[in-house]
Each structure stands twice: as structure tokens, then as C-alpha cells.
Design a protein around this ligand. Structure first.
Ligand SMILES: [Mg+2]
Length: 227
């Protein structure tokens, strides 16, 4: 099985969100922080109130920060990638887990952060480039088997594909677009932090809370005692 150039060889798959899940801070939040008082926050309200797609809301936020590639890469460095990520992915692979990152953000900064750490995993996300005016500009990958109009990436679609092709599927996420994907996996393999964890708690949906992505890797690679 393959996604993009990445071939899966293992029987278990961890499907993981990126922003706010593997990183402490969402890239779009770093963009907003960097804009400060200049930020137009109406786009996020338009999204949460259903007037704008998640994809368009993010792109409208990204379009406000016209600082060029070097500054945007510096901003990506400030998202706070889990410092154990590279060793944790190796640990997961050694324990029979493949990893796929599914993100409603952009592979433009995700691939940069992974390459910096020498990490090779499958990434399903929105392509992006730097527009002539110096902002990050995401594009829609309509040819992808996991294309979604709202988010750009069909996260539950990736999980359904995984459930049909792997013996065991885990999911880790933190945000609104993660909920329909997280709902599809078994409670003991459903990891949440941030908004998603609070939401599951309110709903009474069983899940496993994590504060750092390394805890997900730890939980999946440590054999639990049989009770
Ligand atoms: Mg997220």
C-alpha cells in the first residue's frame, strides 16, 4: 500500500494530525500572533459559524502575513515540534506501526519540519507555496483520493482506508476537523488533547488524553499488562 511516494510495510497504522498534536502551537496561530493587532480574526468566526470552509479560513489567515519564505520557515520552527518526534517514529516503526500525518494545514511547512529532522513518513495535507506577495498560499489537491472541499483533506476518509487495509488503526488529534476521524477508531486507540479532548469529555466519548505526542508513541509501544 502506498500514499504518495511512501510505501507502507507494517500491519498497524497511527493516523496523526500535525498542528497542535505533534506541535504545541498551530502554524495558523503563530501567523495570527505574528500579525498581532493587525490580524483580521473574522475568518475563524466565519468558519466556526459555518459561513466559510476550514480550508478558505486558513488560507485567508495565511494571506495576511506577507513576510516571505525565510520568515515563514522561522515561524514554522516556533510551532514547537515534539522534541522526541524522530526517535518516537523509529520506536513506533520498530514496534510494527507505520505513521501517516493527516493535516488540514499545509505540507509546505510540515515537510520542511520533517525533513529538518530526517523523518520519512506519509503526509496527507494541502500543498502550498509562497505567493509573489510573500504569504503562504495553500492549494486544493483535487486529484487526491482523500480530497475534501471543506478541509482540503478527508481525515475520516484516511481512517476508513486505514481500517480496511491495516489490522490495527490508532488516531491522535486535537481539533475540530479531527473529530469525525477519531470517532472511527477504538476508544483505547483514540488519543486526544486540546479542544478535542475537552469536547470528548463533554460528550462522554471515551478517549485517551495526551499532553505531548511522545505519550502516544509511548502508549502504543508499551505492552499493557493483561488484566
Ligand atoms: Mg490540529
Amino acid at each position: 500500500m502506498q500514499i504518495g511516494p511512501y510505501c507502507f510495510t507494517r500491519s498497524k497504522l497511527l493516523v496523526s494530525d500535525f498542528d497542535g498534536t505533534i506541535t504545541d502551537e498551530d502554524f495558523y496561530q503563530c501567523v495570527l500572533d505574528s500579525l498581532g493587532d493587525q490580524a483580521n480574526l473574522s475568518y475563524w468566526d466565519d468558519y466556526t459559524e459555518g459561513r466559510l470552509t476550514h480550508f478558505d479560513a486558513l488560507n485567508e489567515i495565511f494571506s495576511q502575513l506577507k513576510v516571505g519564505q525565510d520568515e515563514l520557515l522561522k515561524l514554522a520552527d516556533e510551532t514547537g515540534v515534539d522534541k522526541h518526534l524522530a526517535e518516537d517514529i523509529t520506536r513506533l516503526q520498530d514496534a510494527g506501526w507505520d505513521v501517516v500525518i493527516v493535516s488540514a494545514g499545509s505540507s509546505w511547512y510540515i515537510n520542511y519540519l520533517l525533513e529538518q529532522r530526517g523523518i520519512e513518513v506519509a503526509v496527507v495535507s494541502n500543498p502550498g507555496d509562497i505567493a509573489p506577495e510573500g504569504c503562504l498560499r495553500m492549494s486544493r489537491d483535487r486529484e487526491s483520493p482523500f480530497y475534501s472541499h471543506d478541509v482540503g483533506v478527508d481525515k475520516p476518509g484516511v481512517v476508513r482506508w486505514a481500517l480496511a487495509n491495516f489490522e490495527t488503526v490508532a488516531f491522535a488529534g486535537d481539533g475540530r476537523p479531527d473529530e469525525p476521524a477519531a470517532d472511527l477508531v477504538l476508544p483505547e486507540l483514540r488519543f486526544a488533547r486540546g479542544w478535542l479532548a475537552s469536547h470528548f469529555q463533554e460528550q462522554g466519548t471515551p478517549f485517551r488524553r495526551f499532553n505531548q505526542w511522545t505519550q502516544v508513541a509511548e502508549a502504543l509501544t508499551t505492552k499493557r499488562k493483561e488484566s
